[in-house]
Design a protein around this ligand. Sequence first.
Ligand code: IPM
Ligand code: MG
Length: 361
Amino acid sequence: MTEKILILPGDGIGPEIVAQAEKVLTYLINECGLKVTIEHGLLGGSAVDATGVPLPDATLAKARGSAAILLGAVGGVAWESMERALRPERGLLAIRAALGLFANLRPAVLFPQLAAASSLKAEYVRNLDIMIVRELTGGLYFGEPRGIRTLDDGQRQGYNTLVYSEREIERIARVAFDVAGKRRGRVCSVDKANVLEATELWRDVVTNVAQDYPAVELEHMYVDNAAMQLVRAPKQFDVMLTTNLFGDVLSDLASMLTGSIGMLPSAALARDGSGLYEPIHGSAPDIAGQDIANPLATILSLSMLLRYSLAEIKLADKIGLAISQVLSDGLRTKDIHSAGTRCIGTSAMGDAVVQALASLS
Ligand code: IPM
Ligand code: MG
């Protein structure tokens, strides 16, 4: 049976960047023998506009019937004032929860050609290769009770709940240790165990899981220190294992070390290996429709999709090589542009990657 890939362009720059990844995917289908079929669906604000909800049943049904999903980004000003349940972000959180996508892999890898675009001096980021393993379906993002209530004195009070069960911690920890075993063999678990009980349990469970992985070295770090260490000496990290909220924050931070948030892909994986792949950046409504967004994080997300959900390792590697070639040729989108390189648009960048692919084969 031919596997299906579901493409969800989303909002803002989503459709533009996803179109570039789709060019690459189409090339792989037509020229490299990749056997998949492509479907499209709605998620986020565009789904609210078309159907009234951010995650339509039809999208969820298509998602369940797909081997993997490629997403652009969701969100935008138009939907910010809507009631919470109708906001685009809710659609993303709901699809992560509905498909059990608990394991979020966010690699922060520096392409050497982009060393000058990093916010840190080149010597701090040379060969940087960090894998952030973020828990994605629990913690503060999903804990109940949550809401905004009015107190007796008439003041409003906002509240959320940070909650993690042993089972949730154990399964994400195992992902991190497995990943580390195939890399440099080190896990740094990031928590706030000195203040938050939920992450005191996190530290305890991670320590226990580590006993099953004698070849992997475990270190614990408080999140405030981890943020500092990421900009002080980022190369000390191999795999960073952390909670949903801390992972959200630290992955944006780590992205700037690699030159631009426009370069960072991600994989959100379920236990069965199916997954949703998306750039870690948002929908950037301020630059939507201008053909200036960087599509490389989305194209790299497609590479992760091929690697993790379809076991097409050669094709996944090939995309990485093609991007490397394009960067070596001096082509840059605006966010990573520097003196001596050529600034091109979103669509031209997609074309350049396809051309580089063709020159590799
Ligand atoms: C991300 C995003 C999402 C998150 C938003 C859009 C809900 O910031 O994937 O990092 O917070 O998880
Ligand atoms: Mg984020």
